[in-house]
Design a protein around this ligand. Structure first.
Ligand SMILES: [Zn+2]
Length: 126
């Protein structure tokens, strides 16, 4: 499952976090703000959230039992989500994350509106 070669940093090291499965139930738990169970037992603590390529989000975790690093890729915004954010923007209302709910505001990063918890860009402008 986890490949490692002599030329790459070992899987689970800070330079080479292990990708978590892109399972919907996993993402749903993350959006609800729940702690995610670690594949190694124990739980995953959030270390940081980055913007990935092309509007993706990347959440970095550390397993509290093994100290291995994991990364969860958050799918980019759907057309429905960007349209929802665009409407809020046009109406002059607070922009909130379509996945995290009405209590999580989007932050302006450059020209994009990004959820600080997903790392996903949901819209541009404003
Ligand atoms: Zn979010």
């Amino acid at each position: 499952m986890v490949r490692s070669t002599s030329t790459e940093p070992s899987a689970g090291s800070p330079a080479n976090p292990i990708p978590l499965p892109k399972e919907k139930k996993f993402l749903m738990r993350y959006y609800r703000g729940e702690r995610l169970p670690s594949p190694m037992g124990g739980y995953l603590d959030v270390l940081g959230i980055r913007e990935g390529d092309g509007g993706l989000g990347r959440v970095l975790f550390e397993c509290n039992v093994s100290s291995l690093r994991f990364v969860l890729m958050i799918p980019r915004a759907t057309r429905t989500e960007t349209e929802k954010v665009k409407k809020l923007l046009e109406a002059g209302e607070d922009l909130t994350c379509p996945r995290h709910g009405p209590f999580h505001r989007l932050s302006k990063v450059g020209k994009a509106w990004v959820c600080p918890l997903c790392g996903v860009a949901y819209g541009k402008g404003g």
